[in-house]
Write a protein that binds this ligand. Structure first.
Ligand SMILES: *Cc1c(COP(=O)(O)O)cnc(C)c1O
Length: 401
């Protein structure tokens, strides 16, 4: 393993390893694609023109900086000091647009004319289709046929934005299969096509690149916290983890600050031991998924198991290599949150603060009910998205309770 750190904040080396996790396990045919991406990313990430264009779009198009909001009634409820980072107020309703903009800008610099993406619930597909409309690029989104059927509003949005949505009918017809199909497309069209991955997963440099494009979240938190409280460092930063991009963005500028405790919330579904969960860090074993060595939910003989969570965005059988490393090295504490804990947390936030969170974000909020925080602690929770897309699920749960 090469141990030279190549990122100012992330614990990643030149080969893309975070401790034992990460790397780039891709078929021979994709080697040059991955190499070209690595070179382009290294060239543009600090290029002043690229940075200026990215930051201008983050401010004028996405609406950044997003507020850091001191949630007083929620704080009172839990006897601590809670600040919400309002990624739900980003254009399109979640943090995913930050990465979509950075990635598509890079694709343009590389001379690519065709963008492909995979999507599960459709949030990343919508963000990518949005940026492609903005930049006048062709966009193809792979989505499992099961997800196409159950996420109709997002499918309609992508189509209205001009994207072609391909319903994938292999395997279980969900995110894992859509990702395989996107990788296959990338193999066949290496010269004109750029693959925008929606989380801190995939072969190196994707996990590093996506974390970097999301790192604006913690850069803003530091500055905003300083303005509001006089101190730059909170005691805790809490975020939900699907593949890990919103958590990576929220943790990024605190990774090297040992006094800041990092807490990730993964989806326990019906319970860690129920056989119906997506608690990859609790249940996963080392394996390779989508081009990266990480923790994977799998059977004894290495078959990837189908994950389950009430929240489509956390329903993934792997986890980004950064988070596998932060968890196994003890830098981050990992909490498993069930469907019902997340629903309860969503209702509590709605009734105390008038904010309806995404179901994914509700998993981070549920940590407040699991863990005791001191009355002087400053706890920042990354509110990764808004709950409009989850209204049907919320209404059903209210009817059933
Ligand atoms: C997609 C999504 C997530 C999970 O993805 P990460 O890469 O782990 O951030 C979390 N919250 C929202 C609102 C999402 O749309």
């Amino acid at each position: 393993m090469n141990t030279r750190q190549i990122d100012p904040f992330l614990p990643v080396d030149e080969e893309g390893y975070y401790g034992p996790f990460g790397g780039a396990y891709v078929p021979e045919i994709l080697h040059s694609n991955v190499e070209n991406l690595k070179e382009a990313y290294a060239r543009y990430v600090e290029d002043p023109e690229f940075v200026a264009e990215f930051e201008q779009l983050l401010s004028d198009y996405v609406g950044r900086p997003t507020p850091l909001y001191h949630a007083r009634r929620l704080s009172e409820h839990f006897g601590t000091n809670i600040y919400l980072k309002r990624e739900d107020l980003c254009h399109t309703g979640a943090h995913k647009i930050n990465n979509a903009i950075g990635s598509v800008l890079l694709a343009k610099r590389m001379g690519k004319t065709r963008i492909i993406a995979e999507t599960g619930a459709g949030q990343h597909g919508v963000a990518t289709a949005t940026v492609c409309a903005l930049m006048g690029l062709e966009c193809v989104v792979y989505m499992g046929a099961t997800d196409v059927a159950r996420q109709q509003p997002n499918v309609e949005r992508m189509k209205m934005l001009g994207a072609k949505v391909v319903a994938v009918t292999s395997g279980n017809q969900t995110l894992k299969d859509a990702t395989n199909e996107a990788i296959r497309d990338w193999c066949c069209n290496p010269s004109d096509t750029f693959y925008v991955i929606g989380s801190t997963v995939g072969p190196h440099p994707y996990p590093q690149m996506v974390a970097h494009f999301q790192s604006v979240i913690s850069r803003e938190i530091r500055r905003q916290l300083k303005e509001q409280t006089g101190r730059e460092l909170p005691d805790y930063v809490v975020a939900c983890v699907g593949g890990g991009s919103n958590a990576a963005g929220a943790f990024y500028h605190f990774l090297q600050e040992p006094t800041v405790k990092l807490v990730s919330a993964e989806a326990a579904g019906l319970g860690i031991d129920s056989g119906e969960s997506a608690a990859t860090i609790h249940l996963g074993k080392e394996g390779i998924i989508h081009g990266s060595r990480t923790l994977v939910m799998q059977t004894e003989d290495g078959q990837i198991t189908e994950p389950y969570s009430i929240s489509a965005g956390l329903d993934y059988p792997g986890i980004g290599p950064l988070h596998a490393y932060l968890a196994t090295s003890g830098r981050a504490e990992v909490r498993a949150v069930t469907d019902s804990e997340a629903l309860e947390a969503a209702n509590l936030l709605t009734r105390t603060e008038g904010i309806i969170p995404a179901l994914e974000s509700a998993h981070a909020l549920a940590v407040l009910g699991q863990k005791r925080f001191g009355k002087d602690d400053v706890v920042v929770i990354n509110l990764s998205g808004r709950g409009d897309k989850d209204m049907a699920t919320y209404l059903k749960s209210i009817k059933n309770s």
